[in-house]
Design a protein. Structure first.
Length: 419
């Protein structure tokens, strides 16, 4: 009996030749972008496997268009589809106003426990960049995706709940409460960071470093100020890397060394390189990655700092419009691949947007499925199109002598340059 569902057995994805993959087109420029992206992905799969494999796309509704048609920003059937089929992809979604959902993307991540936000950052030759050597920036960011501000509790200034919270702080923690400069007009936020949440993220980052032959893992945090959340992130991360991966303290300062020999002894037969583990404060990292990007390879960070880091690195390599992303639970296999740029409503329906972020998210999805032959074709076609300066408006406006293509035409250009 034929099956079209991706499953997971003993921690490994089982991908049929014709998997069903749910998708959300997205809001704003989402339909334009998706139209170009799906043709690129389908063509790459057909070329790579001579028609023996294909994706069975299943559209699900979410976002503004879903609210207008069904009265729901995030219908239950959308959550069921992503749960049932394990792997999905989506375009950018608008953030609803006046609804008790911070973000639809966050809601999906929380519901499916997609704890790792994975953001690979690289430069494609020809992409306009504000730095002299963008090719030096090649980093994979693992950002914790379910805790910190995503699970935070906020108290709005002037509300009854805030007054109750302040009274509790005053009564139970009087010396510390006195540090608040203007308590009568303050809002408050609580951010949780857990040992379990930290260690499963750091574990995923380390396994990625082993699999893809990276030589360093850096924990980025602001533990000098937030000692019991971000400082704990650092400590819990180091503890895991010692216990599970055999990391040993280095003689010349803070940090760990995880040798390939030790990793092989622990069952990682694919380990070929020693991996240096260190940590750095987030503000210092944002300075150093601009000056010396080659010093960093794989990054693990709490939620808020990870967001700043990933977007900064995307800017260094040209544009958030070219920044792919994924939200993954490596234990259950659930993964949603997604554009990291916004909905850009001012370009909606004009066939002007840059589909690069969704196309490259498709590349990540194909890699996750083990279909690297198809993902390689897309990267080749994309780089050739950009090098030839045949690009859509968001890239063309920053490239001297570039030929302006529509969003759909850029998809055609990538296809033409595959192989």
């Amino acid at each position: 009996m034929l099956t079209y569902k991706i499953t997971i057995v003993d921690g490994k994805l089982q991908v049929p030749d014709e998997p069903t993959i749910p998708f959300i087109q997205g809001d704003g420029t989402g339909p334009d972008i998706w139209g170009a992206a799906v043709r690129v992905i389908d063509t790459a799969v057909a070329k790579a496997y001579n028609g023996s494999r294909k994706i069975r796309w299943k559209e699900v509704a979410a976002g503004k268009s879903s609210f207008e048609q069904k009265g729901s920003w995030l219908p239950e059937e959308a959550l069921v589809a992503f749960k049932d089929y394990l792997v999905g992809i989506k375009g950018p979604l608008a953030t609803p106003e006046g609804v008790d959902i911070r973000s639809l993307s966050v809601a999906l991540r929380q519901d499916l426990d997609l704890y790792a936000s994975v953001r690979p950052v690289r430069w494609f030759a020809g992409t306009p960049s504000p730095v002299k050597s963008p090719e030096q920036t090649k980093v994979v960011v693992f950002r914790e995706n379910t805790e910190d501000i995503y699970a935070g509790i906020e108290f709005e200034e002037g509300t009854e709940d805030t007054e109750k919270f302040k009274e509790y702080l005053k009564k139970q923690f009087s010396p510390r409460f006195s540090r608040i400069r203007f308590p009568d007009t303050s809002g408050f936020s609580i951010k949780p960071v857990s040992k379990e949440g930290t260690q499963r993220l750091v574990r995923a980052a380390m396994k990625h470093a082993i699999t893809y032959k990276h030589d360093s893992l850096t924990l980025v945090h602001q533990g000098n100020i937030m000692k019991h959340t971000e400082g704990a992130f650092r400590n819990w991360g180091y503890a895991l890397l010692k216990e599970e991966f055999g990391g040993t303290e280095t003689a010349n300062g803070p940090g760990l060394l995880v040798t390939a020999e030790t990793l092989k002894a622990k069952g990682y037969s694919n380990a070929t390189r020693d991996i240096t583990v260190n940590d750095i404060f987030a503000d210092v990292f944002l300075q150093q990655v601009v000056r010396q990007p080659t010093a960093f390879s794989v990054i693990a960070a709490p939620n808020l700092n990870g967001n700043y880091i990933a977007d900064t690195l995307a800017a260094l390599t040209g544009s958030v419009d070219m920044a792919p992303g994924a939200s993954i639970n490596y234990e259950t296999g659930h993964a949603i691949f997604e554009a990291t740029n916004g909905t850009t409503p001012e370009l909606a329906g004009q066939d002007k947007a840059n589909p690069g972020a969704v196309i490259l998210s498709g590349v990540m999805m194909l890699d996750y499925m083990g279909w690297q032959e198809a993902s390689g074709l897309i990267c080749s076609g994309l780089e050739k199109a950009i090098s030839a300066k045949r690009v859509p408006y968001p890239l063309q406006q920053h490239m001297e002598g570039a030929t302006l293509l529509k969003c759909s035409e850029f998809g055609d250009e990538i296809i033409k340059n595959m192989g």
